[in-house]
Design a protein. Structure first.
Length: 126
């Protein structure tokens, strides 16, 4: 169930990203930043979903690291939008917080899985 909750959050976040990109200025800068955010901000959820079908713990870790990379890139672009005042900062605080929370959750899941992998390796050796 917890994974379903995270999956739902990623879907809702992707929709929020789409709406945010639509609200950006239609000039060259707005389009460039919008394209970057759209790619990073929507691919995290798709990669999270794909990680569910991992073939091994190593594959799972690899895919989750891709999710984390996309989340961090999204955080960067949202901060750029805020600093450049393309959209008022107060309108972006919640979406930024959601990206940061999901990044923390994914980072912890990577660490947990890495520890399990190490422990499994120790069990095999003993």
């Amino acid at each position: 169930m917890k994974g379903d909750d995270i999956n739902r959050r990623f879907i809702e976040l992707a929709v929020r990203v789409i709406k945010l990109v639509r609200a950006l200025p239609k000039d060259f800068i707005g389009k460039h930043i919008g394209n970057q955010l759209l790619k990073a901000g929507t691919s995290g959820g798709a990669n999270y979903e794909e990680a569910g079908g991992s073939e091994s713990k190593v594959d799972f870790i690899h895919k989750r690291k891709i999710v984390l990379k996309e989340l961090r890139e999204s955080i960067f672009w949202i901060k750029v939008i805020m600093e450049a005042e393309l959209i008022p900062s107060h309108k972006l605080e919640n979406i930024l917080q959601e990206f940061e929370e999901l990044a923390n959750i994914i980072a912890k899941s990577i660490i947990t899985t890495q520890k399990k992998l190490i422990n499994d390796g120790k069990k095999v050796k003993s």
